[in-house]
Design a protein around this ligand. Structure first.
Ligand code: GDP
Length: 318
């Protein structure tokens, strides 16, 4: 199994995002010095020729594919064409260029929304492509499924060591706190902080509050990514999560508690609930030797502290 050496040439695609940023910090902390990054302005990963030229020039040995067009339930349902096109192009260009330029190993990152909307819970890897997808993020999910299939096909046809990790909902420092584009956890964190500071009596929570979601702290994900890169070589998706979930209502109460917001929650039924539940079965990764260690309250407290210290950055970089 290839091991990352301190001077290995490692490309982190999407290093400005939540996931890529955490992977980059983790690699830096572990003493890796040959880290390759490009902002989307410097390299448009949807541009095949540009991606080829970049791989030819930089010759990365390891690739963490964490670049993606991502967003919460509203962004996904408003811009499906962009979510499908951008993510298909990014995956096809990077995976093919990695093959053409002899990359030793590539880790492709996806999402738990690849699984059928009404699949049995917890979600096992084998449920992929066994039923219809959730409508609100089908375009994104199809692109992420195509990326897994690309990795597996390059493995079958060329023997490429390309693997796919599927994280559950992520959160942590560096998250997107824009209320229209973000996921539920940063959105509620920001809304509760704003409400507390403004002395507001209620915070609006979208949907019914009954959907169940699982949340993984992003530093735990970065840890899992390094583990997968060095220790695992298998086709198909590999789930990365905590194996525990809670309702959106309970999440809202927990965030209120961490932030110290004492007002009421107002559920807005005009907003979509999305999939009723998506809890990862993490037994495969556990059997390989990795499990998450940051509890939800601890992760929330760290994210809250980060937001307070970096509010300007959190609200202006998007
Ligand atoms: P999903 O996991 O793909 O459905 O994406 P989200 O994280 O955006 O939403 C998860 C659940 O949280 C859905 O049921 C949303 O309706 C609910 N939710 C409640 N309040 C909010 C909010 O302020 N923003 C977002 N994005 N979701 C919210």
């Amino acid at each position: 199994m290839p091991v990352l050496q301190p001077d290995s040439r490692i490309y982190v695609a999407g290093h400005r995002g939540l996931v890529g940023g955490a992977i980059l910090s983790r690699l830096q902390a572990a003493g890796h010095t040959n880290l390759i990054t490009r902002t989307s302005r410097e390299l448009d990963l949807r541009d095949q020729a540009a991606v080829r030229d970049f791989f030819a020039a930089e010759r990365p040995q390891f690739v963490f594919l964490a670049a993606a067009k991502v967003g919460g339930i509203l962004a996904n349902s408003t811009y499906p064409a962009q979510f499908l096109f951008d993510n298909l192009m990014i995956a096809a260009n990077v995976i093919n260029a990695a093959h053409e330029h002899g990359v030793t190993k590539l880790l492709n990152l996806g999402s738990s929304c690849i699984y059928p909307r009404l699949a049995p819970q917890p979600l096992k890897e084998e449920y992929l492509l066994t039923g219809p997808l959730e409508d609100t993020n089908r375009a994104y999910a199809v692109a992420k499924i195509a990326a897994i299939e690309l990795c597996d096909s390059y493995r079958t046809q060329y023997g490429a060591d390309f693997i796919s990790g599927m994280p559950t909902n992520l959160y942590g420092p560096g998250d997107n706190f824009d209320l229209k584009g973000s996921h539920v956890l940063p959105a509620l964190l920001r809304k509760m902080i704003d409400a507390k500071e403004a002395g507001a009596k209620t915070v609006e929570v979208w949907g019914s509050g009954t959907p169940l979601r699982e949340f993984l702290y992003v530093d735990d994900l970065a840890d899992a990514c390094l583990f997968l890169m060095e220790r695992v070589s298998e086709p198909g998706p590999i789930n990365i999560g905590t194996g525990e979930d809670l309702t959106i209502r309970d999440l809202a109460h927990l965030i209120a508690d961490v932030v110290g917001f004492q007002g009421d929650l107002a559920f807005d039924a005009s907003k979509p609930d999305g999939t009723p539940r998506k809890l990862m079965d993490v037994s495969r990764l556990a059997a390989l030797g990795w499990s998450a260690h940051t509890g939800l309250r601890e992760g929330l407290e760290k994210t809250y502290a980060w937001y307070l210290a970096h509010r300007e950055e959190a609200l202006t970089t998007r």
